[in-house]
Design a protein around this ligand. Structure first.
Ligand SMILES: *[C@@H]1O[C@H](CO)[C@@H](O)[C@H](O)[C@H]1NC(C)=O
Ligand SMILES: *[C@@H]1O[C@H](CO)[C@@H](O)[C@H](O)[C@H]1NC(C)=O
Ligand SMILES: *[C@@H]1O[C@H](CO)[C@@H](O)[C@H](O)[C@H]1NC(C)=O
Ligand SMILES: *[C@@H]1O[C@H](CO)[C@@H](O)[C@H](O)[C@H]1NC(C)=O
Ligand SMILES: *[C@@H]1O[C@H](CO)[C@@H](O)[C@H](O)[C@H]1NC(C)=O
Ligand SMILES: *[C@@H]1O[C@H](CO)[C@@H](O)[C@H](O)[C@H]1NC(C)=O
Ligand SMILES: *[C@@H]1O[C@H](CO)[C@@H](O)[C@H](O)[C@H]1NC(C)=O
Ligand SMILES: *[C@@H]1O[C@H](CO)[C@@H](O)[C@H](O)[C@H]1NC(C)=O
Length: 509
């Protein structure tokens, strides 16, 4: 009896491990988060925003302790970065490297899921003089990871610009710039030994810009092409339906030329700017950005790999989550974001049908709702302000009305925030509530509860409303509404919050 259980366990373990080994991690879409933003979200606000959009993979350009702390005990994985200007210190001292790993990885893992360390960014092309530092820095950081037994969990690599690969079209003729081989070859051997990915920043946008007329913009935007316009690799006869797949395969062919065949490509950056200089940057438009990023997301979620490697779908981090409005010209530099810094969408993605990631961003209507996970007393205070001095129309969240259920602060606050936001004609700042609110393009209406601004029509025939509520006297209505909330929530703790957050409200009470 005991033996057979043991056998079962053993079989289970073997099978599980086998399965674990052959199944590569499913591919995903993540986002890059840059910080040249004038109204940067607080880390807790950022966290709610990521959770709302079901974003579970992010990459940051440093190892910001507040962000790493905010991400703890969440399902959001993060790639942290060792900035280029720290390469020398890390490459020249194992002790400094160990300290860096201790402070930025060991101190957070596993509460915060650090998936990888990006050692510098585009070093070979932006700071060529630091090229000799890359591998030593990676090796000393890796030794420190090994010493902490984290090397199986935290991958280490360095992102390259696409320009390290020459002649990428057709992909089978691509090769790494020979001048860079003394750095690239040992790096690839390290990646192969440690099961780490080759990180590539791949921008079909720049391919179109630099090869005007040669590469059709539709091919870069993943739009279906007629067979005669499809790119066919004359050596392999593989058909390329989009530029990104060709760039990824160019990386695989370049590695194969160096006999490296077991390193996977991870696209650490890709995206499209939604605005540019009217004369100089004609491809940087909202339509193109929407088409590129929506199709990119759908392409990754298709899991169909590339023509050369249909079995491997590279994960992609979109560049980038927020417009970095503080970036210097050209205009496009400040317009790569899916959202403005204040969480308003820069444009609306069309990604329905792929699951919950960035879902339902298919209309141009915007709503204002309560953040997930926000302190409920703060939310209640904001709700009271909206329905009181804010003069939102809160009649629908009164007991018995269509939006009363579910009867909780978050639901009621969402309705009140949205009412306020729509009444204020969505002016900037009208969806803030001290960080408790966020803008969304997903219609929050549910069942017979129709949110302000929604074009939906209630299925339920409008009930006869109570006489006190059917008054057309707006002011009277608001005061009634406000008092009922006051009675339901006033207690000592709330008063303290009110005093801190909305001192004027206490005067009204
Ligand atoms: C994280 O993911 C696990 C399994 O995928 C799930 O059980 C858990 O509820 C998730 N936690 C959060 C906070 O989403
Ligand atoms: C770091 O340690 C490794 C061995 O663990 C050694 O080969 C290397 O020279 C050391 N680097 C420095 C800069 O001390
Ligand atoms: C290859 O890299 C070297 C060193 O960075 C650079 O000077 C050269 O222009 C590159 N070659 C091409 C064709 O881009
Ligand atoms: C790759 O392998 C071939 C054949 O074994 C060999 O001729 C070539 O030198 C190798 N290239 C490198 C960069 O190791
Ligand atoms: C998106 O909309 C559909 C249909 O309206 C709904 O069923 C789904 O729950 C929505 N998804 C999200 C993430 O809001
Ligand atoms: C929003 O959509 C409506 C029709 O659905 C259209 O008339 C309007 O121009 C759009 N507004 C913007 C800013 O795209
Ligand atoms: C209307 O209000 C009166 C008193 O204010 C109350 O007795 C009655 O139950 C209410 N009716 C409904 C339908 O809510
Ligand atoms: C408040 O909202 C209700 C339900 O949408 C509506 O019937 C009523 O006219 C609104 N009141 C005011 C003052 O706008």
């Amino acid at each position: 009896m005991g033996n057979s259980i043991l056998t079962l366990l053993l079989i289970h373990t073997i099978f599980f491990n086998y399965y674990y080994c052959i199944s590569s991690e499913p591919s995903f879409v993540g986002v890059n988060i840059g910080t040249d933003v004038s109204n940067l979200l607080s880390p807790s606000h950022l966290l709610s925003f990521l959770q709302f959009h079901k974003i579970t993979q992010i990459r940051i350009y440093d190892a910001n302790p507040e962000i790493l702390t905010a991400l703890s005990h969440t399902n959001i994985s993060v790639i942290i970065t060792l900035p280029n200007n720290q390469l020398l210190a890390i490459a020249s001292s194992n002790t400094t490297a160990a300290t860096w790993i201790y402070r930025n990885v060991v101190a957070y893992y596993p509460q915060t899921l650090i998936s990888a360390i990006s050692v510098g960014d585009e070093v070979l092309t932006t700071v060529p003089s630091s090229a000799p530092l890359i591998l030593p820095a990676i090796q000393s950081l890796y030794s420190a990871l090994v010493a902490s037994n984290l090397h199986q969990h935290v991958k280490i690599s360095t992102p390259h610009a696409a320009s390290v690969i020459l002649e990428p079209f057709p992909p089978s003729q691509a090769y790494f710039n020979q001048t860079l081989l003394p750095y690239i070859l040992p790096l690839l051997q390290f990646l192969s030994r440690t099961g780490s990915p080759l990180m590539m920043n791949l921008y079909p946008y720049y391919v179109v810009v630099e090869r005007k007329g040669v590469i059709p913009v539709d091919n870069a935007l993943f739009k279906p092409l007629t067979p005669d316009k499809e790119m066919v690799d004359p050596n392999t006869l593989l058909h390329y339906e989009n530029v990104l797949d060709a760039m990824v395969d160019a990386a695989y062919f370049s590695m194969k030329n160096l006999n490296v065949t077991d390193v996977v490509v991870l696209v650490t950056e890709s995206g499209w700017p939604s605005k540019g200089d009217a004369k100089e940057e004609p491809y940087a438009t909202k339509d193109n950005a929407d088409t590129y990023n929506s199709n990119l997301i759908k392409h990754v979620f298709d899991h169909s790999g590339t023509p050369l490697h249909p079995e491997i779908t590279s994960s992609v981090y979109i560049y980038e989550l927020f417009n970095e409005d503080l970036k210097s010209p050209p205009v496009s530099e400040a317009n790569w974001g899916l959202f403005h810094g204040n969480t308003t969408p820069a444009y609306l993605l069309h990604v329905s049908g792929i699951g919950s990631f960035m879902a339902n961003d298919t209309t141009n209507q915007t709503y204002c709702i309560a953040m997930d996970g926000f302190d409920s007393k703060m939310l209640q205070a904001a709700l009271d302000w909206a329905c009181g001095p804010g003069q939102a129309n809160c009649s629908e969240i009164q007991p018995g009305q269509s939006c009363y259920q579910p009867n909780n602060v978050k639901n009621h606050a969402s309705y009140a925030f949205d009412s306020y936001f729509q009444i204020q004609a969505k002016t900037p700042g009208s969806c803030d509530f001290k960080g408790a609110a966020m803008i969304t393009t997903t219609d929050p209406s549910h069942g017979s509860c129709i949110f302000p601004g929604s074009k939906k029509v209630s299925k339920k025939t409008k009930q006869m409303v109570n006489s006190t509520k059917s008054t057309s006297d707006g002011d009277k209505l608001r005061i009634t509404t406000f008092s009922s909330f006051k009675i339901s929530v006033v207690n000592n703790i709330l008063h303290i919050f009110l005093a801190v957050c909305f001192p004027t409200l206490l005067l009204v009470i």
